[in-house]
Design a protein around this ligand. Structure first.
Ligand SMILES: [Zn+2]
Ligand SMILES: [Zn+2]
Length: 808
């Protein structure tokens, strides 16, 4: 531990070449050189006060980058705007510039800033306060703000930083106290707006509409300024979130260092007998093992390397494995690799940073806890073990590599998962234009009705308000009247109760379940009711902020799970059985023998058992039964049907139909996160060779949240691209009969049985060909409302006797 700097630095291309050489078959599927980019500065807008320019200059900002200037100009001109550019591209300047300029030039104006977390709001407060601008008076207002300060903030602060929960629970219900602030509100800044997705996003969308309504009472229409990670179609997502037309600025003009980015697919292992599944199982070498080897190899080369691993246990496995193999090569070398996790004290973190930057440490394996609070950049190489879920996280992690002016290496190691597999074979999905969109569904009646109740409590609803709250608002108001929550009068709808409606923005699917440490009685957190059966069943390994717990008991009546700290060598995976019935059809596409639908469905599911799997290898240890009640879910689904005749013509034997549909369903669920910001745990599925409601072979994919969260809707809207990607992912997987990289699912309720991989491709080809023909032939897009109508199957054969195979 003496040398000041690591060994001779290698060019990233050279390092990559040496890493590849150690494998008999080349695991690299693609190398992308992301060139260094010089920034494109823009002049300060002439409306920006000299005082503000000087303040920015003191903080080292000489001029805005072009995208910052563009967004600022739009907002200053009164247009709602979303900046959707990369990490560290300086999105804050884009909103600070118009917001602070206005505060300085109009001494009455106010600004409201919303962040998804208190920590981010606190960061922003520091940044704005550091500018030392007279009269701006920035202040955070959240659950931690002392009572004594609240009134001062309401009366005097002009830049208030808060979060949607506080806006919902505190500011809007107390709007009378905030009238002075709201009647002068010039801008609403919505930072990290891509985090407002799914059900939570739908709630936030209505909180923003409630805010707009309160401002409108004072004749005020604030400009919305949103900042988002890069995503597909940010203008649409921001428009749904605010209910307003929003212009997007997406071209990043900030400078960046060059990166050589390699996509790495671990090799398939020879088939082996599995103890649980009767069939031969083929799997890839685990991404953890592969990452550990790459980490060790890089350390041998003297390269300072950071490996990102999703779980803490995984990070420890990677560090320990790398240390072992390094010590075998050169005794003592293993000591230069460490594991990092959340929960380290500040001093410990600083020491690790120092050791890594000075080269005492050469390798560090970490969870993404590192994203929170360690200032560690300028490494030579970053290894990313498994797709981190979004492009934003991917670039955030890769961005740790590269010192100024130096090229760096980043490697994404694919896990055994259809989406990872697809991505390492489709680099355009990573490096081209993003396609994943932030989705939310403000029309979800389970969100809309409670939000309208909150709005009515704040001020009686008028017919004009129904337009503001959008599709479904009238129905929701009627249901509230019928339930006795609202009273209709000639002047509008009135909240009938004294107390406020109790609505939790983040809760969903029933009351949340508390996670309590048994020995101390400490409340660790809560899990929404919908997920509790999966995550908190007895025996489940539950991860909370990087710490591992095992569940001793789950009491559903009390809404409480008792846990103790323990880090077993295995992870747990719940299994369920599911059935589904179609309640109504929202829209559909008639594509001859194929039908594509979007509609409401009722799903009944029951978690019946769980598997224990070894973390290091993924090997199944055993399956244990569980005794949990069945649950009902009314939600939104996308589904496609095929006529048996079209399947027969495509060469799918009757006996293979259930396996073909089931395999196509798994892969389709695995690939949906490519189109929408969800993960496969947000989505469920079911396939069957004959569904009683569709009377045809059918694959359903549904939102796992009451009332739907927008995922199925996005799948319907992008069906051709989504199912094309699904087909390609299956075809391109090198396995023969199906593996976790293509058609197997880690959460299958049927133990991944039956699965027919080649036939799944035929099924998807039939769907894609007919959808393309229907579109080309100018068939109606399927938005004609046909409630309850089901498709005409032009060549539906006699119903095949077949047992539906519920699964997900
Ligand atoms: Zn495969
Ligand atoms: Zn399944």
């Amino acid at each position: 531990m003496t040398d000041d700097r690591p060994g001779p630095r290698r060019a990233p291309g050279e390092l990559l070449r040496r890493l590849r050489l150690r494998h008999p078959t080349d695991p690299v599927t693609h190398v992308e050189r992301v060139p260094a980019r010089a920034g494109e500065p823009a002049p300060w807008p002439d409306w920006a006060p000299a005082e503000l320019r000087a303040a920015f200059a003191r903080r080292g900002v000489v001029a805005p980058w072009r995208h910052q200037g563009e967004a600022a100009e739009l907002a200053y001109a009164g247009q709602h705007v979303v900046v959707a550019t990369g990490t560290a591209s300086g999105k804050s300047l884009a909103y600070q510039l118009p917001a602070l300029s206005t505060l300085l030039t109009d001494p009455r104006a106010t600004v409201l800033y919303l962040a998804p977390t208190k920590a981010l709001a606190a960061d922003q407060l520091r940044a704005v306060a550091a500018l030392e601008l007279d009269g701006v008076r920035p202040a955070t207002y959240d659950g931690d703000t002392p009572r004594a300060e609240r009134e001062w903030i309401r009366r005097h602060a002009r830049f208030v930083l808060t979060n949607p929960d506080m806006l919902h629970h505190g500011i809007l219900p107390g709007h009378a106290h905030w009238s002075g602030f709201l009647r002068r509100l010039a801008y609403v800044v919505v930072d990290e707006c891509h985090t407002y997705r799914g059900v939570f996003g739908s709630h936030v969308a209505h909180v923003l509409r409630r805010l707009r309504r309160q401002c409108a009472r004072f004749g005020r229409t604030p400009v919305f300024l949103l900042a988002s990670a890069t995503s597909g179609d940010p203008a649409t997502a921001a428009g749904r979130l605010t209910g307003l037309p929003v212009t997007a600025v997406t071209e990043d003009a900030s400078p960046r260092g060059g990166v050589t980015f390699a996509l790495w697919e671990p090799p398939l292992l020879p088939p082996t007998d599995s103890s649980v599944d009767a069939d031969l199982v083929q799997v890839r070498r685990s991404a953890l093992r592969e990452t550990a080897d790459l980490l060790a190899d890089s350390v041998v080369e003297g390269v300072r390397t950071l490996a990102f691993v999703r779980s803490r246990k995984g990070a420890e496995v990677v560090a320990a494995t790398a240390r072992r193999s390094l010590d075998e090569a050169v005794p003592g070398l293993g000591g230069r690799v460490a594991a990092y996790r959340a929960g380290y004290l500040r001093e410990e973190r600083r020491e690790l940073e120092r050791a890594l930057l000075h080269g005492d440490l050469l390798g560090l394996a970490s969870t993404n806890a590192l994203e929170l609070g360690v200032d560690l950049v300028g490494l030579d190489a970053v290894l990313i073990c498994g797709w981190p879920g979004t492009r934003a996280s991917l670039w955030q992690q890769a961005g740790r590599a590269g010192r100024s002016g130096d090229e760096a290496l980043a490697v994404l190691v694919a896990r055994d998962d259809p989406l990872d597999t697809y991505l390492v074979h489709h680099p355009e999905a990573l490096f081209g234009r993003p396609v994943e969109a932030t989705v939310l569904d403000p029309a979800n009646p389970y969100v809309l009705a409670p939000q309208l109740a909150c709005a009515a409590h704040e001020a009686p609803l008028t017919p004009a308000d129904l337009d503001l709250f959008g599709d479904g608002a009238k129905e929701a108001v009627d249901s509230l009247v019928e339930a006795g929550a609202l009273r209709q009068r000639p002047t509008g709808w009135y909240w009938r109760h004294r107390e406020r409606p109790e609505v939790d923005l983040r809760g969903e699917g029933g009351a949340p379940v508390c996670v309590v440490e048994e020995s101390t009685g400490r409340l660790l957190g809560t899990v929404d009711g919908g997920s509790a059966h999966f995550l908190l069943h007895t025996g489940a390994v539950y991860l909370h902020q990087g710490v591992s717990y095992v569940v001793d008991s789950l009491d559903l009546a009390d809404g409480c799970a008792l846990v103790h700290t323990e880090e077993p060598d295995w992870s747990t995976h719940a299994r369920d059985v599911t059935s589904l019935s179609v309640a109504s059809v929202r829209s559909y596409t008639d594509a001859g023998p194929v039908g594509l639908f979007l509609g409401e469905v009722d799903v009944t599911s029951q978690v019946v058992s769980y598997q224990r799997r070894r973390i290091a290898t993924g090997e199944v240890i055993d399956t244990r039964p569980l005794d949990l009640p069945a649950r009902e879910l009314r939600t939104v689904a996308v589904w496609f049907t095929l006529s048996p005749g079209s399947l027969a013509r495509a060469g799918v034997e009757t006996a293979d139909v259930p396996g073909a549909l089931h395999a196509a369903e798994h892969a389709a669920i695995g690939l949906l996160p490519l189109m929408a910001t969800c993960d496969r745990w947000d989505i469920g599925g079911l396939s069957t060779a004959l569904h009683p409601d569709t009377e045809a072979p059918t694959v359903f994919v549904y939102d796992g949240h009451p009332g739907g969260a927008g995922f199925a809707e996005r799948a319907y809207g992008t069906a051709a691209a989504w199912l094309r990607a699904t087909r390609d992912a299956i075809v391109e997987c090198g396995c023969e009969t199906g593996c976790p990289s293509c058609v197997q699912s880690p959460k299958c309720g049927n133990g991944n049985n039956p699965l027919a991989k080649p036939e799944a491709v035929k099924v998807l080809d039939v769907v894609l060909t007919n959808l393309a023909a229907a579109t080309a032939g100018g068939a109606p897009p399927g938005d004609a409302a046909l409630p309850g109508a089901l498709p005409r199957q032009d060549d539906r054969a006699a119903a095949q006797p077949s047992t539906p195979a519920p699964s997900n």
